[in-house]
Every structure is written in structure tokens, then in C-alpha cells.
Design a protein around this ligand. Sequence first.
Ligand code: SF4
Length: 210
Amino acid sequence: MTKAKKEEALQKLEEMYPEAKAELVFSNPYEMLVATMLSAQCTDKQVNKVTSAVFERWPDANAMAGATEEELYPLVKSCGFKSKAGNIIAACRIIRDEHDGRVPDSMEALTALPGFGRKTANVVLYNAFGIPAFAVDTHVFRVSNRIGLCKADTVEETERQMTKLIRREKWGNAHHWLIWHGRRLCKAQRPLCETCGLKDLCDAAKTGRF
Ligand code: SF4
């Protein structure tokens, strides 16, 4: 796909999803951090069902640092692994002890927290702090490569190519356009190409290789 076609596809995505934003419910960086950690391999909808009770009981990182896994896990069990509860508490202890109780706003400090990789750090940097970041989750990886916006075998390479293609101030928005497109139309198993506004541009639709 030529650069001009890639830009046209991005423009189309922006027009299709002008309202795209995080679907996790949060009101501060601590809540974003906890919700993001719970969302690994779990839907945002499910995470949103449990977080209000969690935030009511432990309203900030200092409070969460005092929780035990036995107290937290029953409230977040429906979001998956027990290790998520342990990682949330361990991350909040580091935030209490090393960052004065405030969620850090750098890639280096976030990826030093347990349970945090580059993707989760990028999600928190953009959504909680408004820092330009392009997080590559399963939807972003699949959709970017299917359309032909990049050609990459790994999430790291996808991030590298996409951040070269997209203007820095649009990184966060583009991440959300691609997630919304992946959830609504460009689904993993059965992409709805017939109703997709990108079908005349998309590499996968043209070649039949998904
Ligand atoms: S045409 Fe099909 S494969 Fe291409 S972006 Fe749309 S839904 Fe996805």
C-alpha cells in the first residue's frame, strides 16, 4: 500500500470513529492503572462491572498498597487470573514507596511495575496523562496489518512502523480508531468486509489473505 493510500485509510478510520476513546471507566491515573491491569485478556465491559467496588474500598494507590490478595481477588475474580490481584497490590506498593503514591508518567517507571509491559504502559500514558503513545494490543496488531498500514510480525515492529506513519499528536486517537474497528467490524474470526468503509483500500479484502 502506498503512503498516500495509508493516509487515506487513516483518514477514513478517523471519519468512521470520531468518538473513539477508552471504554474503561476511570477518573484518575490510579483508576486507569488498575482498570488497565484488569483488562488483560478480559473485556472492558467486564472490568467496568467490578471496578467501582474496588475503587470505593481502595480509593488510591496508597490504600491499595495496604490490601491483601485475599481481600482483592474475590472482587476481581471475574476478570481472570489471581496473579492480576497480586500484581495490582505489588505495583501500588512500589508507587507508594518510590513515587510518593502517584502513578508515574514515564515509560521507564511504568514498565518497572509488576504486570506492566510496553502495551499497558502506553495505554496509561495516553489515557491517564494525555502523553502521545501508540499501544499495540491484539486488535491494533491484527487490523493495522490486515489493512496494510504496516507489515509486521511482532507488536514491537507494528508500534515502530505505525508511529513512523502517524503524526505523534494522533497516536492515541489512532490506537482507539483501530481498536473500535477491530471490535465492531474487523473481527478476528469473521471480518465484516461487506459493510466496511475500508474495503476498497484494504490489502486483506483485496487479496483474501486475512
Ligand atoms: S475490509 Fe475487511 S479486513 Fe479490511 S479492514 Fe474492513 S473488515 Fe477488516
